[in-house]
Design a protein around this ligand. Structure first.
Ligand SMILES: Cc1cc2nc3c(=O)[nH]c(=O)nc-3n(C[C@H](O)[C@H](O)[C@H](O)COP(=O)(O)OP(=O)(O)OC[C@H]3O[C@@H](n4cnc5c(N)ncnc54)[C@H](O)[C@@H]3O)c2cc1C
Length: 356
């Protein structure tokens, strides 16, 4: 089951290797672990829900303590500290799980009629506080799109796929790959974040260099608002006035609930290769990255880590023998001010993805 006070599934726990712990202690001092509160303790402290009762809504809204706690915070460090210490502050008064556009419209009417605060919720991976309830004296209803999680249509001719907005990353890819396509959108939160959340937060992914950021992939969709339904057609670029998609991209749920996303998909590439290169100095690494970008070399990803990030990643992975060999090798290449790691990917046909 999804961990209630941190990342991932609670069946899996990864311990930091000893070398990693020693590295952190040397860098930032020894840590004093927090005394974690339990889910049960937090639930026992929960104030009663303030949602007005409505028999029609009872099937759509979960007012259980468990659901309210699990949807109270995002995934930033501040959120984790709040969840683990139990100092959470404000909770939603209930969590709705609509399964259709008409459910969403009914929820909007209910929120309007009872003057509720409404928070759209995708995968809950926000690190910017946008899904955290703020107490302003009104009942708060969080609306999770988790049940709207399917591929609804795939137009092969135009390479457009329509998804329920609550479809999480792994389901987006699995449903497309079954037909030989990919969206190619891989934010680091891919495992839990959703296609609607990507649009609402203007997300970028690890392979956006090849497939485009979400603003290039978002072709159209459906948004339920308090004023009615907004349908954005999948027109290509237009020279007639502003592009309404730009209003929805990055809107963070303020204009309405995105219920369907139409996205531009690509045929699965024949081959994908990823490489890591180390440089002895930041100057050399930066120059190489700039040259690759300016020469428009067709890469699917390019990521450069400065000396601190490189050292931290290597130390936390914990392979002292290999790190020693790498340092020895780099020192033979001349003096540097700290090793830097460049990761890049090449994606395409077998012929075009030859090792460099
Ligand atoms: C470990 C980690 C790695 C991350 N890596 C990346 C990264 O590589 N690239 C990146 O861009 N971001 C990254 N993020 C940030 C976050 O994952 C993204 O912002 C993501 O797009 C949020 O998607 P979500 O489905 O989890 O949305 P949520 O967190 O649930 O919501 C985000 C915002 O969108 C709104 N919203 C969600 N769904 C809808 C909807 N259907 N209709 C209307 N509004 C909606 C919410 O109200 C909120 O304002 C990362 C976060 C973490 C914790």
């Amino acid at each position: 089951m999804r961990r209630w006070n941190g990342w991932g599934d609670d069946q899996f726990s990864l311990e930091l290797p000893e070398e990693g712990q020693a590295f952190l202690a040397q860098r930032i001092g020894r840590a004093t672990p927090l005394q974690d509160v339990t889910l049960e303790q937090v639930c026992n402290e929960l104030p009663a829900s303030r949602l007005p009762s409505d028999p029609v809504m009872a099937d759509l809204i979960d007012v259980s303590d468990d659901a309210r706690v699990r949807h109270a915070r995002g995934q930033s460090l501040v959120d984790w500290l709040a969840m683990r210490s139990g100092d959470i502050g404000t909770y939603p008064d209930g969590v709705a799980f609509p399964a259709s556009n008409s459910d969403v419209r009914a929820l909007l009417r209910y929120a309007h009629d009872h003057d509720l605060h409404l928070i759209p919720y995708g995968g809950g991976t926000s690190v910017a506080g946008h899904i955290n309830p703020v107490d302003q004296g009104k009942p708060i209803l969080t609306v999770s799109l988790a049940k709207m999680n399917r591929l609804l249509d795939l137009d092969r001719e135009s390479q457009l796929a329509t998804f329920g907005a609550g479809t999480p990353g792994p389901l987006v890819e699995a449903q497309l790959r079954a037909h030989g396509y990919t969206l190619g959108h891989f934010p680091q939160s891919f495992e839990l974040s959703t296609i609607g959340g990507w649009v609402a937060s203007r997300s970028s992914g690890q392979q956006s260099l090849r497939y485009g950021r979400i603003e290039q992939l978002f072709a159209g969709g459906r948004i339920e608002t308090l004023q009615g339904t907004l349908t954005i057609p999948t027109i290509p670029a237009s020279s007639a006035g502003p592009d309404i998609r730009e209003m929805i991209l990055g809107s963070e749920g303020r204009l309405g609930l995105i219920t369907e996303v139409q996205a531009r998909v690509s045929r699965l590439p024949e081959q994908e290769n990823f490489y890591v290169v180390f440089f002895p100095s930041w100057d050399q690494a930066r120059t190489a990255a700039r040259q690759l970008a300016q020469d428009r070399i067709q890469l699917s990803m390019l990521r450069l880590s400065n000396p601190i990030e490189t050292e931290t990643q290597l130390a936390l992975a914990g392979h002292p023998g290999l790190i020693g060999m790498l340092e020895k090798f780099l020192s033979l290449r001349g003096a540097g001010d700290g090793k830097c790691m460049m990761t890049f990917g090449v994606t395409g046909s077998k012929a075009s993805v030859a090792p460099p």
